[in-house]
Design a protein around this ligand. Structure first.
Ligand code: GUN
Length: 294
């Protein structure tokens, strides 16, 4: 049976590390990192993610500045609010929780977050620097960084291995493929037009599943001993649960864990690590400001 990659335990370890670093920064500069979060509307999932970010920030000593707006806010007004946070010197990392209501152009709003404060790593310049050899982005998307951190902390070899990424989103699939490539994996990206993804997955030493389809990757898609990183968070109806649903990943966990060498569960795998990477990048932004000032 596979090693279960424990995202909760690893995230707790990283929060301890971050807490020490935040305290050191405060000791040295008198400053505390600040994370600004913009939340528009009342989507339950977004509210849950933002609550988790706030709780984790507080735990490590990062100042959490939450600005909530009604779903009816105009694009113009929202842009003004994001700009104001971007101009605030106590805010070192600034994110806009996605998705935004459909009357708002996400790109126009995200453009107001300056490169230096882009803790989500969504800025096209950061993505461009991630893509190009010889460049180092200031921040990278948090979920891909979380996947890479789990592989590193569980000593999973990437160099020379075959990696298959399922999904090609800007936030996960494409950046995680680039990160695996930089670590010398031979990378294949599967997407909605890919023929026979099962056969491609069977060749993989590392599978990263990020397609948002419940239990899409079956146990017999996994090569014996492969590492499986499941980014999916899908709710499926379950009458046996009080909530009436349960969360499952993009991988059929119970089947895959019998074959894989290591696998992340859902929940408790990549999710808690993603929040840690956001905090880490906020701290890194603050450190850049104060080391440049000294
Ligand atoms: N919505 C879903 N994932 C994310 C994320 O990583 N960052 C933000 N800002 N919104 C999201």
């Amino acid at each position: 049976m596979a090693t279960i990659i424990d995202g909760n335990a690893t995230a707790a370890t990283i929060r301890e590390e971050l807490k020490k670093e935040v305290a050191e920064l405060k000791e040295r500069t008198g400053k505390v990192p600040g994370l600004g979060v913009v939340l528009v509307g009342a989507r339950k999932d977004s509210e849950t993610y933002v609550r988790m970010k706030g709780k984790a920030a507080e735990e490590v000593g990062i100042n959490f500045i939450l600005k909530k707006f009604p779903a009816e806010i105009t694009q113009e007004e929202l842009i003004k609010e994001v700009r104001a946070l971007n101009d605030d010197e106590s805010v070192h990392g600034l994110i806009v929780q996605l998705p935004l209501p459909s009357h708002i152009n996400e790109k126009a709003v995200l453009e107001q977050v300056g490169l230096a404060k882009d803790a989500d790593g969504f800025d096209p310049l950061n993505i461009g620097m991630l893509a190009m050899k010889g460049h180092t982005p200031l921040s990278v998307p948090c979920t891909p960084r979380a996947c890479m951190e789990l592989l590193a902390r569980y000593n999973i070899d990437i160099d020379g291995k075959r990696a298959v990424v399922l999904g090609r989103s800007n936030i996960v699939g494409t950046p995680v493929a680039l990160m695996l490539l930089h670590k010398n994996a031979t990378v294949t990206i599967c997407h909605s037009r890919t023929k026979d993804p099962a056969a491609i997955c069977r060749e993989a030493d590392i599978i990263v599943a990020a397609i948002g389809q419940p239990e899409y990757v079956k146990g017999d898609w996994v090569k014996p001993g492969a590492a499986v990183i499941d980014v999916g968070i899908n709710s499926v109806p379950d009458a046996s649960r009080k909530a009436g649903y349960r969360l499952v990943g993009d991988v059929a966990f119970n089947e895959a864990k019998e074959v894989a060498g290591a696998i992340t569960p859902v929940p408790g795998g990549v999710g808690p690590m993603t929040v840690c990477m956001l905090l880490k990048q906020t701290l890194e932004s603050a450190k850049r400001v104060y080391s440049a000032a000294q």
